[in-house]
Write a protein that binds this ligand. Sequence first.
Ligand code: UDP
Length: 370
Amino acid sequence: MRVLIVGAGFSGATIARLLADKGIASLVIDERAHPAGNCHTERDGETGVLVHRYGPHIFHTDIERVWTFVTSHGEMMPYVNRVKANVQGKIYSLPVNLHTINQFFGTALSPIEARAFIESRARMDITDPQTFEDQALRFVGNDLYEAFFKGYTRKQWGCEPSELPASILKRLPLRFNYDDNYFNHRHQGMPRHGYTPIVESILRHDLIEVRLGVAHGDLGEHFAHTFYSGPLDRYYDYDLGRLGYRTLDFVAERADGDFQGTAVINYCDESVAFTRISEHKHFAPWEAATFDRTIVFREYSRACGPDDVPYYPIRMVAETALLEQYEARAAHETGVTFVGRLGTYQYLDMDVTIDRAMDVAARYLGVVQT
Ligand code: UDP
């Protein structure tokens, strides 16, 4: 009997492949007409630019087995994510680094001077920051917090930074040198042909059947096990209530030439309704110059309604209590395993998603092979 895998994103595809490599057949279904989930990439018909249909995805990892796996299914081109911020009509370097500090305060501080300067403005009395706001006040102080994080975070999450966990801000480095690489990871890259061909390659195996445009429901077949990467609460028909998500609206604009000269500019002011503008040809610097036209997306974040695409799990106190109830139920299931950002309701990056899926596949193989 084969297994059922719900969702053809990185989680589902990875599990299907690792099981297939060990002789276990699967049916992979996805309600969308394409694989790769929210990592899906496609060429824009008008400009020819490769676009990340559900928002920018930059691959970065320290996990060797994940990098090896992904690069064995598609070519990764060298790419370093360098983000700019628009604050009150001025452009700054992100993540907060020595350039940002010197730009913002109009100084020419050295690394040692900058560290002492920031510490003099930081809330050093906050010894164990639990919230986003405390984390920011402790490490960058109020001025940088107000300028770069407060407005952006309220727009992105629709709540106060004091209600959010510190872990969200811990995603971002703070540097006292001029390194403006957004990530600290050893490996970073962009797929030459996009993410979708990588996921298609992962799924290309005689023991894997993929059916797209198929909703999870009665498939008229019994399965040895189900791996479910859809939203955890949806699996249970939301009978305990809905877990909160943020969704994104992407508003496209096409133009001649170069729109903003870089891939991502964050708009940190609360008076600007969108959070960032992404210009997708700059995600592919090896081919960017070949396009006369360009396409950009303004990104608007809002509460996720019943018919919207869920993107970011909101893990605040109310959600955590509900999540615990769903998790308790999920823990008793023997026939289904929940995986991925939606299935586990966690803010996972692509590499962690793949790594967790590898663990899930290994555990399943351990059970069926003993
Ligand atoms: N953030 C911010 N200002 C910025 C960039 C990020 O306040 O200019 C905060 C915001 O709360 C965001 C979090 O830091 O949700 C994590 O940022 P990241 O760039 O990792 O978000 P993602 O690209 O996953 O949306």
